[in-house]
Design a protein. Structure first.
Length: 401
């Protein structure tokens, strides 16, 4: 009995430490991974996970787990109806189950995808200011079954976690929004100057046409900026689910080349797609990978020279990794700029006047590729050209951590 009491005291002391730790971090990913580690720890469970609730889609999505890697997690959604997590959200009550397979609410799909067998579960709702943000679950008690003490401990941790998640989210949003507002200022200022000039009586017809054409391109750019920004905000918040399928990368490269061909022809740029030997099958979200390649192709055209060329290829040499490269004979990127290319809104000053853009394209590409467990890197020589290399795991089942 004395031993149990000491253990409990230990757990409470640990909880105080963890709470302090949680209050001091605003990086949402770091925060969530600390919470799941702590949850598994204090309840002596094999694994723990956090599912965040999407009120619009009425479903939950995995945001952190001690036993599932990020690419696998990206595709996992849990419906509100017919799942234990959904029940917790709807009823705002904790759940303790000894064997989930005896429980009608159990949603078996997750177990199948991750290959991680689930037996016992203890889950609690994450609530701040009367709003439900998600569910914290611990899975498989190492010995025996989850107790009411475990439930109390997890509830205390959950209350701290919910506040910390809300704070980190607000901070993230305000950061992103202030950057966005900053970016809006320049096009808005130029639109305002343009309309002012249009109203001046001394402006001639030819100049008027020029000004209207500037207004048109600035509005197009604002539109592109708004769409790209929304895209990136969704990707960064983890709310974008990747719908994976197996497809042939070569077909996709040809498709992308066709889409961009008229734009390339305008600048007399030739796009060549190089066929490799062997299979080029890849398991990924085809539409998202297409979005990445189109983005890179668009850059390779925009920052190319007249009569330049682009080589699109994929390498299937390595069994487990698929490499896609987009290489151009363009203006290249100064050495000191290469390290900044994936920063939001970053544009190379020397090339800014060469073509319009948002400075968000590469950040979006990086989010998509990293979300697939891949990498993206850029090699460039000024005046010679740029090569963007993407490596992606070719797929099949991703191994749980
Ligand atoms: P943008 O919408 O400005 O093209 P990106 O995020 O796609 O935004 O690219 C960021 C910056 O990187 C661009 O403004 C450009 O200066 C540089 N860049 C990207 N791709 C290339 C390329 N193929 N060749 C030269 N510069 C490039």
């Amino acid at each position: 009995m004395a031993e149990v009491k000491t253990q409990r005291l230990d757990s409470y002391l640990r909880l105080i430490d963890i709470s302090r730790d949680l209050a001091s971090t605003l990086d949402l990913d770091v925060l969530l991974s600390r919470i799941v580690q702590a949850a598994a720890n204090i309840t002596a469970a094999e694994a723990a996970s956090i599912l965040l609730y999407d009120n619009t889609a009425r479903q939950l999505y995995f945001q952190a787990a001690t036993n599932i890697d990020e690419p696998t997690m990206r595709g996992l959604v849990v419906p509100l109806e017919g799942s234990i997590a959904g029940w917790i959200v709807t009823n705002r009550k904790p759940v303790r189950i000894e064997d989930v397979h005896d429980d009608a609410r159990h949603f078996g799909d997750i177990e199948q995808t991750t290959g991680f067998p689930t037996k016992s579960i203890l889950g609690i709702p994450l609530i701040t200011k009367n709003k439900i943000v998600g569910v914290l679950e611990v899975i498989n008690k190492e010995q025996g079954k989850f107790t009411s003490t475990d439930e109390n401990l997890l509830t205390v941790l959950g209350a701290q976690a919910a506040v910390a998640i809300e704070n980190a989210r607000l901070f993230q949003q305000s950061d992103l929004i202030s950057e966005f507002v900053h970016e809006l200022r320049t096009p808005l200022a130029s639109l305002s100057t343009a309309t002012y000039l249009l109203l001046r009586p001394e402006i001639e017809r030819e100049q008027q046409e020029q000004i209207v054409s500037n207004i048109h391109s600035e509005t197009l750019r604002l539109n592109a900026l708004a769409s790209a920004f929304l895209d990136l905000a969704r990707l960064e918040s983890g709310r974008v689910q990747f719908r994976k399928s197996t497809f042939n990368v070569m077909d996709l490269l040809h498709e992308c080349s066709d889409v961009m061909s008229s734009k390339a022809e305008e600048d007399h740029i030739q796009i060549r797609v190089i066929e490799p030997e062997g299979s080029t099958l890849l398991e990924a979200d085809r539409d998202k990978i297409k979005q990445v390649i189109l983005n890179l192709l668009s850059n390779a055209i925009k920052y190319n020279r007249l009569n330049g060329s682009i080589i699109l290829k994929t390498d299937s040499q390595e069994e487990r990794v698929s490499v896609i490269s987009v290489q151009d004979t363009g203006v290249g990127i100064p050495e000191d700029a290469v390290g900044h290319l994936f920063e939001k809104f970053y544009r190379v000053r020397e090339n800014e006047s060469k073509a319009g853009g948002t400075g968000l394209g590469l950040s979006i590409c990086k989010q998509i590729i990293q979300g697939h467990g891949g990498t993206i890197e850029i090699k460039s020589k000024l005046g010679i050209g740029t090569n963007v290399l993407i490596s992606l795991p070719r797929g099949g089942r991703t191994i749980p951590r």
